[in-house]
Design a binder for this molecule. Structure first.
Ligand SMILES: [Zn+2]
Length: 342
């Protein structure tokens, strides 16, 4: 098998806030004197960025968000991600940003988005990584905040925003609270991305599809408990963003060897592999793929199929998707033809 690091990749499930590296977190803590200054990077990794359970993870997420106060703080994370994309050979990324978080602190979520879009265009022209954005509504914040997020997404649809998402606490407000906003967004040409079936039951995924018109599901591992749902997702080409290490570290599904990924893949459900939060979980996309190979006995052809699925399940326009899949295939061919080290 060609080395995983060398293969071209797409990453579809990547929260900007959760991409904060421990060293960037410490920089911001020093900047705002939030009391973590005395910690080392190792201590942040070993203590703060470790989670007892899902609520504990959400609590850390909140601590991180309290350190993101102006566009420069968000740009610092995007800077780190630009390097990560090069190291991981990620050619296409959909990054999730929640403007409702700065709004909740009384900050300018739109100005942050404008800075992020400008910076992501620069990254694309300097290193070639194609970056698109999903604006995420925070489930516990309610429909008014979601409406503002949808309108912001619509305003910047031509500048790199491709989708409206629903994230946050799956067990908080009901999905139907968001039906009107998401139907509006879909009618206004935004793709729909919904976190569902991570810790909630398969019904959450049904509702994401039926009520919100989800084009893709964040996580969705609980679909493995419902054969009809698996068939539906397969037949309607609704992808699941699977995040093995995230599931392990939040306790959503342990151990990795028993993650439903293997079953979902064998049933033909369109699955991709993702880190979710490479900073908070300290995992790279290559490591995720490596774990999948190890625990689910994947062959080279399976790895290539999953990587191509990453482009196929993306929110790129059809023509661009086909062109990028062709480039991936050419690169796979090139890598498999190049002789191994003699
Ligand atoms: Zn997520």
């Amino acid at each position: 098998m060609a080395e995983i690091e060398l293969l071209p990749k797409a990453e579809l499930h990547l929260h900007l806030e959760g991409s904060i590296h421990p060293s960037v977190f410490l920089e911001l803590s020093q900047k705002y004197q939030t009391g973590y200054d005395s910690h080392t990077t190792g201590e942040v990794s070993q203590k703060l960025f470790q989670y007892e359970n899902f609520p504990d993870f959400l609590a850390t997420y909140k601590v991180v968000c309290e350190h993101l106060r102006e566009p420069a703080d968000y740009l610092r994370i995007l800077d780190w991600l630009a390097g990560y994309f090069v190291r991981e050979n990620i050619w296409y990324a959909e990054i999730i940003y929640s403007p409702a978080i700065p709004w909740n602190f009384g900050r300018d979520g739109k100005q942050i988005l404008v800075s992020l879009l400008e910076k992501s265009r620069k990254i694309q022209s300097s290193q070639g990584t194609i970056i698109r954005w999903i604006l995420d509504c925070v489930r516990q914040y309610g429909s008014e905040s979601a409406r503002q997020t949808a309108e912001l997404g619509h305003e910047f649809r031509e500048q790199g925003v491709v989708g409206l998402g629903l994230g946050g606490d799956e067990l908080s407000l009901e999905m139907k609270e968001y039906q009107e906003v998401f139907n509006w967004a879909k009618a206004h040409q935004l793709f729909i991305h919904v976190h569902a079936g991570e810790i909630g039951d398969p019904q959450q995924i049904w509702e994401a599809v039926r009520l919100l018109g989800a084009n893709r599901i964040g996580h969705g591992i609980q679909a493995a408990r419902d054969p009809d749902l698996m068939s539906y997702l397969r037949d309607h080409a609704i992808g699941l963003d699977i995040c093995l290490t995230s599931n392990l570290k939040t306790g959503a599904w342990t151990p990795i060897s028993e993650n439903p990924f293997g079953l979902l893949y064998r049933r033909g459900v369109p699955v991709t592999l993702n880190t979710d939060d490479p900073g908070l979980f300290q995992v790279s996309l290559s490591e995720e793929l490596q774990k999948a190979v190890q625990f689910f006995d994947l062959e080279e052809a399976d790895v290539q199929r999953i990587l191509l699925q990453g482009v196929h399940s993306s929110f790129l326009p059809y023509q661009e998707k086909m062109a990028l899949m062709k480039r991936f295939q050419e690169e796979f061919n090139r890598l498999s033809l190049s002789p191994d080290d003699a």
